[in-house]
Design a protein around this ligand. Structure first.
Ligand code: HEC
Ligand code: HEC
Length: 462
């Protein structure tokens, strides 16, 4: 096994060497716009919540034995096989004629906030701290039909392959960047054929944690992802979610044909409005402070607002460096895989050594903050001396703190290594762990406390 891994690695390095002609790193600074395919937003919404873009799933018969019909609040306006499913699953029929259920994009891109399901708000309460492959394997015991069994085996193989690489250290952060890397590694770049044996070296099993960004940013952003890696046609990049089970270029092309519609739907989303009172005078003062201190990176808002689409160098922003140093799907071999594959036809991955200064529309609703979700409130983001090193936060999305704009948290004296109880350990956000750092972005520190209060008030209005 060890030797075989080495051979695979050498082959991959050699391959990399001869396909390395195109630059794969983006410069920091402004990101240029790229042409996008037009689409139909209404058709995109239906496709998002009804189509089989993941390509495989758990056979419906097994799903129904395990899961009760979804409660009313978790259902969408869907008929037929989807009617009783929760919002984050789609039912569809596979190319082999089996009815299956699989997670959809809303698994990670919808969240409740004060009792309302907000489509496009990044999920920040999910628990990825466990290896779930045992469940996928167990589901097989519920299946008797031969065609269903074949479909289930396909699903199981993919889940078993990715599971060890998608385990986070803490509840609430997302492993999607590592997930993408593992899926790329198991696919032939030219044919998209799946191989249970990886064809590229796998990423480290230590997951690089990310906080899922909100979809309503996409109407302003020239590039996708925190490191500005997603260049060219955004719809083609979004459909990499299909790499779990879509095994041929022809199937991928059919799915790609409706992704411009899904992108059009994303572009129509508006952030939720601040639901509490605003002190208009204080917010006006905050606007002026923001214009002087923050707007050069984050842009201006309201009529005539301008968003600069700026990647800020790692040295300047100073936040946790792991993701921007080329981790997970942004490491060289996966970037090269992407760029020579079907996905590279219209788009490319070209990560930068820095982070995009994101739009701040609806920022109140998107706690926790920074790309790794390491700062629980906006108040703490603006005054780095108040950021907790070790904390547990509320996962109750009704428990929003109006005063600090974010999730109530409790500071702890010690981190995960000092907590013997596994259940309690994974509830601790420990900023001393690899990739979980909460340093940097000290731009609020030089302001007076009164100025920071004013900026917070202004941020409520975005
Ligand atoms: C397993 C969780 C997961 C699933 C499923 C998922 N995403 Fe994401 N998505 C993420 C994470 C995490 C990021 C941020 C990654 C980064 O920037 O490094 C992201 C980023 C994005 C972005 C870029 C946002 C920005 O501000 O740059 C878009 C657009 C997007 N996803 C669309 C989709 C669509 C459409 C689907 C379904 C086809 C989907 N995602 C499925 C987790 C997920
Ligand atoms: C030099 C450019 C720059 C300046 C100036 C700047 N920021 Fe940022 N900001 C960034 C970058 C880059 C990030 C993303 C960092 C990361 O995720 O690691 C960021 C992240 C943020 C976030 C978190 C966004 C999220 O969704 O998690 C907020 C809020 C924010 N900035 C507000 C401000 C405010 C308010 C000011 C002024 C006091 C300010 N910034 C000044 C570049 C800047």
């Amino acid at each position: 096994m060890g030797t075989m891994r080495t051979h695979v690695l050498i082959a991959a390095v050699a391959l990399g060497a001869c396909t390395d002609a195109a630059p794969i790193e983006s410069p920091v600074g402004p990101i240029p716009p790229a042409a996008q395919r037009p689409g139909d937003a209404d058709a995109g919404w239906r496709a998002l919540i009804e189509n089989g873009y993941v390509g495989c799933g758990v056979p419906r018969s097994a799903y129904d034995q395990v899961f009760a019909p979804a409660p009313a609040w978790a259902r969408l306006d869907r008929g037929g096989a989807n009617a009783a499913l929760p919002y984050n699953f789609n039912a569809f029929r596979t190319s082999s004629g089996v009815d299956v259920v699989s997670p959809n994009c809303l698994q990670c891109h919808a969240e409740t906030l004060r009792g309302q399901l907000v489509i496009g708000l990044g999920t920040h309460t999910d628990d990825y701290t466990d290896d779930v492959s045992g469940l996928a394997v167990l589901a097989g015991g519920l299946i008797t039909d031969a065609a269903e069994r074949t479909e289930w085996e396909k699903w199981r193989d993919r889940v078993v392959a990715v599971a060890p690489y998608t385990i986070t250290k803490t509840v609430g952060v997302n492993p999607a960047d590592n997930l993408a890397a593992v899926l790329f590694a198991h696919r032939d770049a030219d044919t998209l054929a799946w191989s249970n044996q990886p064809m590229l070296p796998l990423p480290p099993a230590i997951v690089v944690p990310v906080d899922v960004p909100p979809w309503w940013h996409m109407k302003k952003k020239h590039a996708m992802f925190y490191v500005g890696a997603g260049r060219g046609d955004h719809a083609r990049i979004m459909m990499t979610a299909s790499t779990l089970c879509v095994d041929t270029v022809a199937e991928a092309r059919a799915i790609d044909s409706y992704f411009p519609d899904i992108r059009a739907f994303l572009l129509g989303l508006e952030p939720p409005r601040w639901p509490f009172a605003v002190d208009a005078e204080l917010a006006a003062t905050g606007h002026d402070v923001f214009a002087g201190t923050c707007a050069r990176c984050h842009g201006s808002y309201g009529d005539g607002g301008v968003y600069p689409n700026l990647i800020v160098a790692l040295d300047e922003v100073g936040t946790d460096p792991v993701l921007a140093a080329g981790a997970a799907q942004f490491a060289g071999e996966y970037v090269r895989w992407f760029n020579r594959s079907f996905f590279g036809e219209l788009s490319s991955l070209a990560p930068a050594r820095g982070y995009v200064a994101p739009p701040l529309d609806g920022i109140w609703a998107t706690a926790p903050y920074l790309h790794n979700g390491s700062v629980p409130t906006l108040a703490a983001l603006l005054d780095s001396s108040t950021r907790p090193t070790y904390f547990t936060r509320s996962f109750d999305t009704n428990d929003y703190d109006e005063a600090t704009l974010g999730w109530r948290f409790t500071s702890l004296a010690a981190g995960q290594d000092a907590e013997p109880d596994a259940e309690r350990r994974v509830r601790i956000y420990d900023t001393s762990q690899f990739g979980y750092g909460n340093g940097g972005h000290t731009f609020g520190d030089a302001l007076t406390a009164a100025q920071r209060r004013a900026v917070l008030e202004y941020l409520k209005t975005l």
